[in-house]
Ligand binder design. Structure first.
Ligand SMILES: NC(=O)c1ccc[n+]([C@@H]2O[C@H](COP(=O)([O-])OP(=O)(O)OC[C@H]3O[C@@H](n4cnc5c(N)ncnc54)[C@H](O)[C@@H]3O)[C@@H](O)[C@H]2O)c1
Length: 310
């Protein structure tokens, strides 16, 4: 199968591209390298430096590549940046998705895999959050993902395009940048390694569902053949408080620093974790990596030469 991955130079898109290659697929990419890095792209993969906000250039890429599937990871995923610049965030996350849908329909792409987020649910009304939970985002980022999902579903049905939305919990793993959505693991790791105090917003007792990037890469492989018309929560189903997370990251790197607590941000959510049974039933997927295993893998993959020698 030929797959075009948007956002291939980013944290998660690059892992998904690797998983597709490992499964024997032909992968091409599209990215602006605005938050991604050329070094993240798997060796030998052709990447078009095109912005999804430019419909004509986007269409030219799809016409030239003729992929069977488009996997759409490109987004403005920096929540505080979108909060400051909502117009740009909506242009990338929503209008960019519309541009992609229109080009996919015109160029006869078979399937679009849209990447969504736990942010669509906002402050959960019940836990664990399943896919029937209403959309109630508390920030423009979550709103852009909720609207993107709805656009994909409506447009795909009328254009005869198969689609699946994957709603990620908080993702962590190698190549993550501290500032992106869910970047708390990376921010703790880099702070501890630099000998700085990790920053925790609020009192650190807020919980999240931390899922390892390698597990999500497998879900993207499953979604090539399964889950048409569906939207799936992808997490571990395990709540972890930010204070617990800091202790776990600290164990993985073998360094402890007392955190500095800073005030919560508007829209911050108290508790969130997923019910992932639908993904298990319909995609045949479940997270297999425990937080401790994932953090050990992350620490090993990002170890400085001096850390490795210890
Ligand atoms: N990291 C998380 O915890 C998390 C959680 C839920 C959902 N997501 C979603 O997963 C996807 C990937 O996130 P990530 O953490 O890898 O972020 P990332 O910033 O590392 O990756 C995004 C990629 O998209 C590219 N990009 C940005 N704007 C573009 C544009 N206009 N045109 C083309 N390319 C563009 C960037 O250069 C980057 O390579 C995003 O859709 C994000 O919303 C991430």
């Amino acid at each position: 199968m030929k797959i075009l991955v948007t956002g291939i130079a980013g944290f998660i898109g690059s892992h998904v591209a690797e998983a597709y290659l490992a499964a024997g697929h032909h992968v091409v990419g599209l990215d602006t390298f605005s938050s991604g890095a050329a070094g993240n792209v798997p060796a030998g993969v052709r990447v078009h430096r095109v912005d999804i906000r430019q419909p004509r250039l986007l269409e030219a890429v799809l016409a030239a590549e003729r992929p069977d599937v488009v996997n759409h990871h490109a987004a403005d995923a920096d929540v505080s940046q979108i909060t400051r610049r909502p117009r740009r965030g909506l242009e990338v996350n929503l209008t960019g998705t519309l541009n992609l849908l229109e080009s996919c329909a015109r160029q006869g792409v078979g399937k679009l895999i849209f990447i969504s987020s736990a942010a669509v649910y906002g402050n959960p009304r019940y836990l664990p959050v399943d896919e029937r939970h209403p959309f109630d985002p508390t920030n423009v980022y979550g709103m852009s993902k909720a609207a993107g999902e709805m656009l994909v579903r409506i447009y795909a049905a009328t254009a005869g395009l198969r689609c699946t939305s994957l709603r990620y919990a908080n993702v962590y793993g190698p190549r993550q940048q501290a500032r992106a959505e869910g970047g708390v693991v990376a921010s703790f790791l880099y702070a501890l390694r630099r000998g700085e105090s990790p920053r925790i917003t609020w009192d650190g007792e807020q919980t999240r569902d931390f899922v390892y990037v390698g597990d999500l890469a497998r879900a993207n492989v499953a979604a090539l053949e399964r889950g048409d018309g569906g939207a799936y929560n992808l997490g571990t189903g395990v709540p972890t408080s930010i204070n617990q997370l800091l202790r776990a990251v600290s164990e993985a790197v073998g360094v402890w620093r007392d955190p500095v607590y800073v005030p919560k941000r508007p829209g911050d959510i108290r508790a969130s974790y997923f019910d992932c049974r639908l993904a298990e039933q319909e995609l045949g997927w479940r997270a297999e990596t425990s937080l401790q295993e994932g953090l050990r893998a992350l620490a090993a993959a990002t170890a400085a030469p001096t850390d490795r020698a210890r």
